[in-house]
Design a protein around this ligand. Structure first.
Ligand code: ZN
Length: 373
């Protein structure tokens, strides 16, 4: 079957590149997203890869481009289709910045959520995100492109460890608890195949408060019920080729898990890159945690670096005055490890000093009511 999205149209066994128009610009040109379709020689599931929803997240874009190339070279062995959109936010890419200049919006917090409908008409970012979302879930914007799974590639802060984020699956109006459990199992299978250290997303209330159910992966998972996760590929702004190669290896193993490829058809030059990442330094399940917070203003001097473990009660940082006097200690009340230290030397009261992976005993399937809406 021919697979088509925007101007890209690929017959079985072919690779096609093109553009998917998502809006008109005042300057008379369309806002268009780059598309690469790798249509396998045989039919099978469809794996979507997206990157660059934040315009400064260079390694995510590189990983999607490199993965599309890798699948292209394996297309005669591929049973199914890979649809890659390497730059989801062209307006962010033009600025090399996380946000677009449309209302200075975060493009990754405006995907559809039927419970978040506003009385006001949707603005441009929300319309662009909705057009892409409809294409991903197969609501009539392309032929044969409906996703069976999505990997959305990002990067995090300065000096961040790479990781994958597994969102909790919400149940309630959209699906029953049993359906949510089945979806969470399908999600676990692809996240495990990706092979990066995995963090479960924030607890439900914080997840919805931060509008993360309206991220690309959050909406595809929790609104459409399609397995989807976010890959955080190290730090922003500069391509990290080691992590990009590991992400390509992980993406190819997701394709194997979904049945698009036989593991024996994957060249070792691709799969070996998965060994280049360090495993998580703790062996218990972890979730994302932003903190602990400084309670005194000053300059923060960290004692624990990205990738290093800690236990509850450890001091992660000291806050000092600009004349070097010790003002406060910042301790942690969880076990876990440091994903990244927060950017910036100056801290104010209430500022989180790090992004952590902390022990998680929470459920992976939770009622949406627990999110407080
Ligand atoms: Zn991002």
């Amino acid at each position: 079957m021919e697979t088509e999205l925007g101007s890209a149209s690929a017959a079985p066994g072919e690779v096609a590149r093109g553009w998917f128009d998502v809006a008109d610009l005042p300057t008379g040109t369309p806002e268009r997203l780059p598309v690469v379709i790798v249509n396998g020689a045989a039919e099978g599931p469809t794996l979507w890869l997206t990157g660059g929803v934040h315009g400064d997240e260079a390694t995510g874009v590189a990983a999607v481009l490199d993965a599309a190339d890798a699948f292209g070279s394996m297309r005669s062995d591929l049973a199914g289709t890979v649809v890659a959109v390497p730059v989801v936010s062209p307006a962010g890419l033009r600025r090399n910045a996380r946000h677009t200049y449309y209302d200075d919006a975060d493009p990754n917090r405006h995907f559809p959520d039927a419970d978040a409908e506003s009385a006001r008409p949707p603005k441009l970012q929300e319309r662009i995100d909705a057009r892409l979302y409809r294409a991903i879930v197969g609501e009539g914007e392309g032929e044969g492109v409906a996703a069976d799974a999505l990997i959305d590639c990002h990067t995090a802060g300065v000096d961040s460890e790479p990781f994958a984020i597994r969102d909790r699956v919400l149940y309630g109006d959209r699906r029953t608890e049993a359906e949510a459990t089945a979806l969470a199992d399908d999600l676990a299978a692809i996240v495990d195949a990706f092979g990066f250290p995995t963090l479960t997303e924030y607890p439900a209330a914080e997840y919805v408060e931060e509008n993360l159910q309206r991220s690309a992966a959050g909406a595809v998972l929790n609104e459409a019920g399609i397995p989807a996760f976010t890959a955080e590929l190290g730090a922003h702004s500069v391509v990290d080729d080691r992590i990009a190669a590991a992400a390509v290896a992980g993406t190819v193993s997701v394709a194997v898990a979904l049945g698009l490829l036989d593991a024996t058809d994957v060249p070792s030059s691709v799969s070996d890159a998965s060994d280049r990442l360090d495993p998580a330094p703790v062996d218990h399940p972890v979730r994302r945690y932003r903190g602990p917070t400084a309670e005194t203003a000053g300059l923060v001097r960290h004692h624990v670096s990205a990738g290093e473990p800690f236990v509850a009660g450890d001091t992660l940082a000291t806050v000092v005055s600009a004349t070097g006097e010790r003002r406060d200690e910042v301790t942690v009340d969880h076990d876990g490890y440091v994903i990244a230290r927060t950017e910036g030397l100056a801290v104010y009261e209430g500022d989180p000093i790090a992004s952590l992976a902390v022990r998680d005993d929470g459920d992976l399937v939770v009622p949406r009511d627990a999110a407080g809406d």
